[in-house]
Write a protein that binds this ligand. Sequence first.
Ligand SMILES: Cc1cc2nc3c(=O)[nH]c(=O)nc-3n(C[C@H](O)[C@H](O)[C@H](O)COP(=O)(O)O)c2cc1C
Length: 188
Amino acid sequence: MTKVVVVYHSGYGHTEVQAKAVARGAEKVDGTEVQLFNSEDAQQNWDALNAADAIIFGSPTYMGSASAQFKAFMDASSGIWYNRGWKDKVAAGFTTSASQSGDKLNTIVQLAIFAAQHGMIWVGNDLLPGNNSSSGSVNDLNRLGGFLGALAQANSDQGPDVAPLQSDLLTAEHLGERVASITKKLRS
Ligand SMILES: Cc1cc2nc3c(=O)[nH]c(=O)nc-3n(C[C@H](O)[C@H](O)[C@H](O)COP(=O)(O)O)c2cc1C
């Protein structure tokens, strides 16, 4: 059994929808057990994270970086960092912001550096960028054109029932599936 944990923070529900899509994608891979924790609950469930083969991190982009709540989780993991508890686990990341860019690449870079500090193995997004040609559309997977993780954009006046777009959720799902499938290969 491959164990994948998804840890996220979401102030208003958009990143939570994205996190659930990542989890759905990971569940598609046979023999994968997926657990989803918000970043506060994760701090009460370190055993589950320590037992995971892969941990996928997600945060909304607030002020061009991870939210304070997600950063609290990152900082609380420093004891595990010291003991190299997550070394060689697979890692990946995702984020939602309101603007098309919104400086959200910085959040993904922050998550990737966090994983690197833990000695984890970062898995990026392999989907070619969509929505970047005259025949492209917002319905394309990876419509925001990022390779380091799964990116989503949610209009600031829309709730998580309609935003982010389905294309962003399918992109997140794809990342979850990719992480689970690569983790399974690494374990075999
Ligand atoms: C404190 C705060 C800071 C934000 N900063 C950014 C930002 O830097 N770039 C951006 O595009 N959107 C920004 N937003 C918008 C959020 O990224 C957006 O609403 C996102 O969908 C929130 O995700 P959540 O519902 O999971 O909390 C900010 C929102 C808040 C509350």
